[in-house]
Design a protein around this ligand. Structure first.
Ligand code: M6R
Length: 611
């Protein structure tokens, strides 16, 4: 986790860094800090969000042409002023920011303590910095060489950026396992965890790879590997607009992102399928179609909301392609010695493309000879780069910590992939293929229609906001939707919520039902409809409060439920892209009504780059 920003060039560094940190707060926001060079090193840091740091620096001398900044999500050491980054070397000459975890920090710390070093924080970062300092002093080498030597002993993941008061025109950065982008301007360079702090200044960027070290001066960028060999930087042009990462008139990023879904789903489908001509074209799928259609099994690895998208994909792929699918939490897969056979294909699903567990799970799968297909939102992210092939979801930057538009884009893309494989394999007939293409094509307009229910969902949120618990139920394709709805509510409102397959209710959760328990039932018209109507009756018989997401005009459930939210009619296979959205809105409005910081809920971060 954590967001890093750095600048060196002809501008004032502090405003660039501050704005960048605000854009990166989705990566962590329990403390923040900056180190600026101006006649010596000035380090300002404090517990709390970036706005609190900004406030505390009003009137302070922040003049500088180079600096580094950090917004933290605590791993080693509680959120506090002293654990905030940047950290300073014992001689006060160096400052460093770090994103990642140094796994062997304890051993290094003991070695340093034995040499007389004192520590002022509980962080692994301070250990690494003092380890670098020790090498620099004892081996009488420059900072670049000291960093290189130190990193060869480091176990773990890192992006580090160092600033040296004796060398004010140079920043040193290195990466392994955490993201680092360098923006290239005229006589200036920008460094950040992702491109969002950079794009307003330059569209030319270099994604630093693992085990690479960057020596950055205003006019020059040198990339080297840990063996001190120069690497030619691969400069890419970003296709990202600043407007896309601003709030655009909405109160929160989460609401903006929910409302973007007609466009993001459209963008995901655009150019890849044609409902009239009847084709799906996706470069990554087309090139690897033999591998995909002949797969003995698909294993989908993901975490959180992406894992819920994977569960829906399991239902869709098995239905359409008749290929067995297993869905695994990346964190379990990576440690449990799973059986991966030749011919198995791994789909890795991730919004950020930086989730540590998913990254390592991919490595494990690759070691076992599996073919890995990445489904990722963030262009150029680590998962995109280590997968053998893949497809971007094109949902645009997702800033709200609770994933919304990335989820529906994942569903859209996974459905297209399943349809393409089924078509090539011959497990779907032409009529059904054409029908599902047209159903997919209509989704963006249907989402637009259902977003008109926003105000009535807000009223429902006011009615149920004081509940202490909630149960979410669904069947078939809508079971993972129930899981996702419960996760959204937990994240944003801190109300305990559980998702269950509706039929499982009788095996335990029904004991919770009483007049105080809101039960959200995803009950759109599908092959399970009659069954779920019975489940609603069972809840009503026990005085539970039923809020049902139904297909427009469903009089049966309207007559039974306490409250209903209508969504447009759709084939059950694509219906989750609709039925999820009212649950996102419900969670959002409950969160706002309860006064939560919905874009940055407590204890969470957008990119979980630690295991
Ligand atoms: O970036 P990823 O899709 O790999 O992230 C996975 C989870 O961390 C993420 O979905 C998380 O559960 C969100 N907070 C859900 O809203």
């Amino acid at each position: 986790m954590c967001g890093i920003v750095a600048y060196i060039g002809h501008r004032e560094a502090y405003p660039v860094i501050l704005k960048g940190l605000k854009r990166l707060e989705y990566r962590g926001y329990d403390s923040s800090g900056v180190a600026l060079l101006n006649e010596g090193l000035k380090v300002y840091k404090r517990k709390g969000k970036v706005a609190e740091l900004e406030e505390s620096l009003i009137g302070k001398d922040v003049h500088s042409a180079s600096g580094i900044g950090h917004t933290r999500w605590a791993t080693h050491g509680e959120p506090s002023d002293r654990n905030a980054h940047p950290h300073i070397s014992a001689n006060g000459r160096l400052a460093m920011i770090h994103n990642g975890i140094i796994e062997n920090y304890n051993q290094l710390k003991h070695e340093l303590i034995n040499k007389g070093y004192k520590f002022t924080s509980d962080t692994d970062t301070e250990v690494l910095l003092k380890f670098i300092e020790d090498i620099q002093v004892n081996n009488k080498v420059g900072l670049e060489e000291a960093v290189r030597i130190a990193l060869k002993r480091v176990v773990g993941a890192y992006v580090i950026v160092l600033i040296d008061q004796d060398n004010p025109d140079t920043l040193i950065a290195a990466r392994k396992g955490s993201p680092l982008v360098i923006g290239i301007g005229k006589g200036e360079h920008f460094l950040a965890s992702d491109a969002s702090p950079i794009i307003e200044y330059t569209k030319e960027v270099v994604y630093v790879n693992d085990y690479e070290l960057a020596i950055i001066k205003p006019e020059e960028l040198v990339l080297k590997n840990l063996g001190n060999e120069k690497i030619t930087p691969f400069i890419q042009k970003l296709d990202l607009e600043l407007a896309k990462i601003e709030k655009g008139g909405f109160d929160h990023f989460m609401l903006k992102e929910i409302f973007e879904q007609p466009q993001t789903i459209f963008d995901c489908l655009r150019g890849r399928m044609d409902a009239r001509e009847g084709y799906i074209r996706m470069a990554g799928v087309d090139k690897n179609i033999e591998q995909l259609k002949n797969a003995g099994r698909f294993i989908i690895i993901a975490c959180g909301t992406s894992w819920h998208a994977a569960l829906i994909a399991e239902y869709i792929i098995e239905e359409l392609c008749r290929i067995p699918v297993e869905v695994e939490y990346a964190s379990e897969f990576r440690y449990r010695n799973p059986i991966v056979n030749k011919g198995d294909v791994i789909f890795a699903v991730s919004q950020s493309g930086e989730t540590a567990d998913t990254l390592v799970a991919i490595e494990r799968a690759k070691e076992n000879g599996a073919f890995v297909f990445g489904i990722v939102n963030v262009v150029g992210s680590s998962i995109a780069r280590i997968s053998h092939a893949g497809a971007y979801t094109h949902a645009g930057p997702e800033i709200g910590v609770a994933s919304t538009k990335a989820f529906t884009a994942q569903l859209a893309i996974l459905t297209m992939i399943a349809l393409k494989i089924a078509k090539e394999k011959g497990t779907i007939d032409q009529k059904r293929f054409m029908h599902l293409l047209s159903e997919l094509h209509e989704i963006p307009d249907k989402v637009k229609t259902l977003l008109e229910s926003n105000d009535s969902i807000k009223k429902l949120a006011t009615k149920y906001k004081d509940a202490n618990n909630a149960l979410y139920l669904g069947r078939g394709y809508n079971f993972p939707v129930a899981l996702e709805g419960a996760l959204k509510l937990k994240e944003i409102s801190y109300i305990h919520a559980e998702g269950y397959p509706a039929a499982e209710m009788k095996h335990g959760p029904i004991a919770l039902v009483d007049e105080n328990l809101p039960v959200v039932i995803v009950a759109t018209k599908d092959s399970y409809h009659e069954k779920i109507v019975s489940n609603i009756q069972e809840i009503k018989a026990r005085k539970g409060k039923v809020i049902a997401v139904i297909t427009s005009g469903d009089k049966v459930i309207t007559g039974l439920a306490d409250d209903v939210i209508e969504v447009p009619e759709a084939d059950e296979l694509v219906a989750p892209m609709l039925s999820t959205i009212p649950l996102q809105l419900l969670a959002y409005h409950v969160g706002v009504a309860k006064g939560s910081d919905v874009d940055k809920p407590r204890n969470l971060a957008k990119s979980v780059t630690v295991e």
